[in-house]
Design a protein around this ligand. Structure first.
Ligand SMILES: N[C@@H](CCC(=O)N[C@@H](CS)C(=O)NCC(=O)O)C(=O)O
Ligand SMILES: *[C@@H]1O[C@H](CO)[C@@H](O)[C@H](O)[C@H]1NC(C)=O
Length: 214
């Protein structure tokens, strides 16, 4: 029998007993939930990392997941192992779709931190969102078509951060005209796995505040 899987993920800022606001942690939890892998959850206060956590994971980043007796860092690596060990249901994204939407998170963070409305960062984000909308129009409703896959589980938590943080700090919303994008977002955010593993909006805002105000 396989040993228990343990997922160590970010706790909420200032609330070490509440599930936190790390999109990479969220992605791993979504994959565990969707594959129905039983797991033990451990919340890590990244402002005061416990000794055992730094011992098994000297890099100090969350998420880390314990398989058998080995702790593994990095959500890409973790998701790959989950796919190998728990192949059903398969969430393998066809390689031609694997990088769709991959520039959105970086563009979002640049725009969020920007203090100059004329630096082009809003347009750069809009361009990435439009490209995703067009992709979804041609191939949707998910990135790889009818079937949800790993790339969607990676992107969904990032889109949640984008919506919450830009709404709060910039009173900014994704244009309604990007209808395929909005449909996609609704499909993802309404999944049971997403509802169960998403951070609260307050904690997403608290997580970004120091970076926005830096
Ligand atoms: N490439 C890593 C990124 C993980 C990452 O950046 N984690 C952040 C939280 S979202 C973290 O642990 N930050 C705390 C720190 O670096 O001390 C992954 O995909 O898992
Ligand atoms: C936020 O944006 C909406 C729509 O553009 C506008 O009606 C509202 O006045 C804005 N609120 C603030 C606080 O700027």
């Amino acid at each position: 029998m396989a040993l228990q899987v343990i997922a160590a993920v970010k706790a909420a800022p200032g609330a070490p007993d509440i599930l936190g606001d790390c999109p990479f942690s969220h992605r791993v939890l979504l994959t565990l939930e969707e594959k129905k892998v039983p797991y033990e959850l451990r919340l890590i206060n990244v402002a005061d990392k416990p000794g055992w956590f730094l011992e098994v994971n000297p890099g100090g980043k969350v998420p880390v997941v314990k398989f058998d007796d080995k702790w593994v860092a990095d959500s890409d690596v973790i998701v790959g192992i989950l796919e190998e060990r728990y192949p059903e249901p398969s969430f393998i994204t066809p390689p031609e779709f694997a990088s769709v939407g991959s520039k959105i998170f970086g563009a979002f963070v640049t725009f969020l931190k920007s203090k100059d409305p004329n630096d082009g960062s809003e347009q750069a984000l809009l361009d990435e969102l439009k490209a995703l909308d067009e992709h979804l129009k041609a191939h949707g409703p998910y990135i790889a078509g009818e079937k949800i896959s790993a790339v969607d589980f990676s992107l969904a938590p990032k889109l949640f951060h984008l919506e919450v943080a830009l709404g709060h700090f910039k009173n900014w919303t994704v244009p309604e005209s990007l209808t395929h994008f909005h449909n996609y977002k609704k499909l993802l955010f309404s999944r049971e796995s997403f509802e169960k593993t998403k951070p609260s909006k307050e904690h997403v805002i608290a997580g970004w505040a120091p970076k926005v105000n830096a």
